[in-house]
Design a protein around this ligand. Structure first.
Ligand code: UD1
Length: 416
């Protein structure tokens, strides 16, 4: 297992270019199955999670050719309809393949994704959406089979605006007969990106970004090329890196409108931001002010930024209160921050953070992807050297993370 070794105490200063969005790339890669042809994707982040998606595509008969961030995917020879168990276990979001496989071939098999690092993460809403479309689901000792003769458009009312269930419902209904309407749909920007991609492929979808999405089924989809949107959580992570180290950073290739709640909270904490069309400049104060945060589905404050914000508030002036409303187990990283001198108390879904003067270097572990990024921020701001173990979690979602950080003047090394 690899480690980061970070010498703390420097300000994060300079420019950083934001990569393509992980959470937009994953469903779009799955969606390439639907045209049974050629897709060229640009701005695909080179991270572990996209690699896993390509592995699954290759296992079921797809062809993947990569050149840096450009990826050509050929899906005309897909001949297996099962997501391999080991890959399903390694990446929970591989469930996003099911909508495409069943949407295209009217059958799919996969194993039940277990609990994960941030909560139980059930898939009942995905399965209910499939059933609404006339897809039969049978469960057998942890394996799930989907099958049907036809997929017929229907009204799908989601009990909760789940991102994955909304995406899977869209993917399963693009080639359906008739019209599907998803109500209480998730409104995340990544769903708009999926809609734009599929419409470019010839699908007829409207409404993404609102809570009602309408999909008019089409018979065929065509070859397509598409540029993936920027990663809003990576953007938020680098803004927070500047905020925590009294630094100043220019973010390039970012979409500021996707991160309004993050910008608002950073301004409330005392940061000065200059916002352009695709760039953001942040200048952080000597000391941040405490702020309160509650995570909510988009356009609320994103749960994926919860641990990162909690980390920067560890050294803010005053007491901050955080409420995690999306996942039930997203405070594992707190134990690691406490090792570094943070004062945090957890009570169910609430974290109370009492700002301390400084954090101190320690040996800590990444507990999950965003919890791991939080450790990196804490280490950069801390006095002394920090060793972060289990950085594989971080590499799932951040492209060239150590290089981008080093370019901001920080002393970070990887040790195998
Ligand atoms: C996606 C993102 C993830 C982000 C999350 C919430 C991807 C690859 N991942 O995950 O980074 O943190 O959105 O913004 O895009 N739920 C159910 N039943 C279901 C599905 C979900 O109860 O069938 C619950 C989950 O346990 C969770 C909540 O709904 O408590 C939100 O989950 P969901 O929006 O589905 O998240 P993901 O799509 O898994």
């Amino acid at each position: 297992m690899a480690k980061y070794i970070i010498k703390g105490g420097s300000k994060a200063q300079g420019e950083v270019t934001i990569s393509g969005s992980k959470n937009a790339a994953l469903p779009i890669i799955a969606a390439t199955i639907l045209n049974g042809g050629k897709t060229t994707l640009y701005n695909v982040p080179k991270i572990h999670d996209t690699e896993m998606m390509f592995e699954i595509l290759k296992k079921i008969g797809g062809k993947v050719t990569k050149k840096e961030n450009k990826v050509i995917i050929e899906t005309s020879k897909i001949n297996k309809y099962e997501i391999p168990d080991d890959l399903m276990r390694q990446m929970r979001s591989s469930v996003i393949f099911v909508g495409s496989i069943v949407g295209k071939y009217k059958k799919a098999k996969f194993s039940y994704p277990g609990g994960c690092d941030i909560g139980t993460r059930p898939i009942d809403l995905h399965l209910k959406a499939f059933e609404k479309l006339g897809i039969n689901i049978s469960k057998n000792y942890g394996n799930i089979s989907c099958s049907c003769d036809r997929i017929i458009g229907e009204n799908i009312d989601l009990e909760f605006p789940s991102v994955g269930a909304t995406e899977n419902a869209i993917l399963a209904s693009c080639l359906a007969e008739g019209k599907t309407t998803i109500t209480n749909a998730a409104r995340e920007p990544e769903i708009i990106d999926l809609q734009s991609f599929l419409n470019k492929m010839g699908a007829k979808i409207k409404g993404a970004g609102s809570n009602i999405i309408e999909i008019e089924g089409v018979k065929h989809l065509k070859d397509v090329s598409y540029n993936i949107m920027p990663d809003r959580i990576e953007a938020g992570t680098f803004l927070c890196m500047a905020a925590m180290t009294s630094g100043n950073i220019k973010l390039k290739k970012v979409n500021p409108s996707h991160i309004t709640p993050i910008i608002d909270k950073l301004e409330e904490a005392g940061c000065k931001m200059t916002i352009d069309k695709n760039e953001i400049d942040i200048i952080a104060p000597k000391k941040l002010k405490a702020v309160d945060i509650k995570t909510m589905p988009y356009p609320g404050f994103p749960t994926d930024m919860q641990s990162i914000f909690a980390t920067i508030l560890c050294t803010a002036k005053g007491t901050s209160i955080i409420v995690e409303n999306i996942f039930e187990n997203r405070y594992k990283y707190v134990q690691e921050l406490i090792r570094m001198g943070a004062k945090i108390k957890i009570e169910s879904r609430t974290a109370v953070i009492k700002g301390v003067k400084k954090l101190y270097g320690a040996n800590v572990k990444a507990t999950d992807l965003r919890g791991g990024a939080s450790m990196v921020l804490a280490a950069i701001a801390a006095k002394g050297t920090t060793t972060i173990e289990n950085i594989e979690y971080i590499l799932r979602g951040y492209e060239k993370f150590d290089k981008k950080i080093r370019d901001l003047g920080i002393d970070i090394k990887i040790e195998e």
